[in-house]
Ligand binder design. Sequence first.
Ligand code: MRU
Length: 344
Amino acid sequence: MDKLAVNALDWTGTSLRVLDQRILPEQSKYDEFVDAAGVAEAIASMRVRGAPAIGIAAAYGVALSVRQHYCSDGDSWIDKVKHDMQLLASSRPTAVNLFTALTAMNTVLEESIADPVTEAMAKAEQIHADDIKANYTMGELGADLMVGAKGVLTHCNTGALATGGYGTALGVVRTAYHRQPLAIYAGETRPWLQGARLTVWELQQEKIPATLIADSAAAWLMKSGQIDWVVVGADRIAANGDTANKIGTYSLAVLAKQHGVKFMVVAPLTTIDWAIASGAEITIEERNANEVLPACYQHDASVIRAWNPVFDVTPAELISAIVTEQGVVLNPALQNGVRSLKKC
Ligand code: MRU
């Protein structure tokens, strides 16, 4: 495995260091957290963001909670840890990876184990390592679909910063770029600018040329014929293949259909929510209006307000391929969604 150029999360064994993505690319600064409350705040405030990275951070948050309470709180340690898990669960609503990770950590703690501290830490480390491994596999599988492609447009940030390392959609873009000449376009991703601030920064670290576009330039770019694939990540995929991802993804899928451009979703199995039949059941996070409003309107909502949903749902029928570490589902709307990937 290549040495990772960028690490969103750095686990020290006694703390979690989180690269503050709110201030990238101007500043590269890690904040250190020693308890679950700190990690929950780091997720809610988007110091760390991106569905897989949120899940991994939450797993380490549970490990920190067990470490804090097991030795000092007697028999009530598990109640304290459960309380911390609730705190972590309430940090952001849409990415199912958060809940998948918390369930996995809970399962470890509920099994009768000799050394909860060591085993919780080991489980969190395993969740992190599994995610990196899945990303490399998806990189190959997604790039296999892109043979002959000359141009790709990606949205938001789905790279090392959003995952355990390497990335989902951006991992596919990286792998494809190393195989063939590829023009890479990144949408700036308003309002939080994950594309403009994070994706192009990651690519610059690796000297991979990329072109940044305003989100509103996507239709015209597709019309120019330069884009063969739109490649995006996901925060939650329903069993029928409907996919929640960063606001603007649905617009890109509609545009892709209009222009005959193929549309790929890349996400690990931890992003699939088997419990929901369709995207209609996905909670869409709405964040503070001030992320959208110019400063001069922020103190008086009597006339000008803002609506700030930060995800949308792309229906399965607009998706050409869903790529996971376990395999690819082509045209999920014609294949019973992603159900063929369910282990049992
Ligand atoms: O609000 P964010 O930045 O956490 O949203 C991130 C996305 O929408 C990503 O596309 C998604 O989490 C996949 S990251 C591999």
